[in-house]
Design a binder for this molecule. Structure first.
Ligand code: SAH
Length: 247
């Protein structure tokens, strides 16, 4: 029996032109493609002979188990993950499971363009200085810990990137995050919102911490919120965090 393998593939934030050549190659070479339905749809135009197993959100553990099992049968499995698989993606869970059930399994992790990079590029250059990435999803992390990290990042003047800004559809989490950050930052601090970066329905908003209240409702689960540090400014529609060069 040929040796199986799991490739955890970062498919980037949206359309396939944001994927790396390495990711498309691994997809093409695979026998089985496993992933969350939306991500499988995202790469369907690259698939041909592969067996496709698409499942719903929340089935992460099942997907990883299946990937390990199929690889155990000698298949080349592509486990697709949005953006970068190692950033709130499938890499960790797959490695944990493989470590327990199939320690000799060949696992390859293929990085992808994460939402922060894609959104930053659309907004301008907001991540030119130190930044902190915080997920507002309290499904697997207690909200108290999320607040503690928001407080620390805001206090240390990091640019802050918020993933999962609408956890469980709740807009009050983002409002609460805004209040915490406002304890340390001016209301005029630039805030950029990007929805569906790299997708057909991509959209962005330029605002400030003060103005964010009026835009809370546009922020959904496919959005990313970037909050500037004390030096960040809007130059027209470009959000810029200076690195310190003299220009
Ligand atoms: N592994 C992914 C992140 C998964 S967490 C990555 O590296 O990008 C899911 C969250 O990522 C979403 O709630 C949203 O905040 C963000 N996200 C993913 N794709 C996005 C996109 N195309 N545009 C904006 N935000 C996105």
């Amino acid at each position: 029996m040929p040796a199986g393998k799991v490739s955890v593939i970062g498919i980037g934030p949206g359309l396939t032109d944001h994927m790396t050549a390495k990711a498309s190659e691994a997809l093409e070479e695979s026998d089985v493609v496993i992933g969350y339905r939306l991500y499988v749809e995202q790469v369907r135009n690259l698939l041909g002979r592969q067996e496709i197993i698409a499942s719903s959100m929340g089935k992460e553990v099942e997907r990883c188990r299946l990937a390990v099992d199929k690889a155990g049968e000698g298949k080349k499995v592509a486990l697709v993950s949005g953006g970068d698989p190692g950033i709130y993606g499938m890499s960790g869970l797959l490695l944990q499971l493989a470590g327990e059930k199939a320690p000799d399994l060949d696992v390859e992790i293929i990085p992808g363009v994460t939402a922060a990079g894609a959104a930053a590029a659309l907004l301008g250059a907001p991540l030119m200085h130190d930044f902190a990435v915080i997920s507002l999803s309290d499904l697997l992390t207690p909200w108290e810990l999320i607040e503690k990290r928001l407080e620390a990042a805001a206090g240390a003047d990091f640019v802050i990137v918020l993933y999962n800004p609408r956890s469980r559809g709740r807009s009050d989490l983002l409002s609460r995050a805004r209040e915490i950050i406002l304890k340390h930052r001016q209301g005029s601090t630039p805030v950029g919102i990007v929805r569906g970066a790299g997708r057909d329905n991509q959209k962005k908003w330029e605002t400030t911490l003060q103005g964010l209240t009026a835009l809370i409702e546009v922020v959904d689960m496919a959005s990313l919120v970037i909050i500037g540090n004390s030096q960040t400014y809007w130059d027209g529609s470009k959000m810029i965090t200076p690195r310190g060069y003299q220009v």
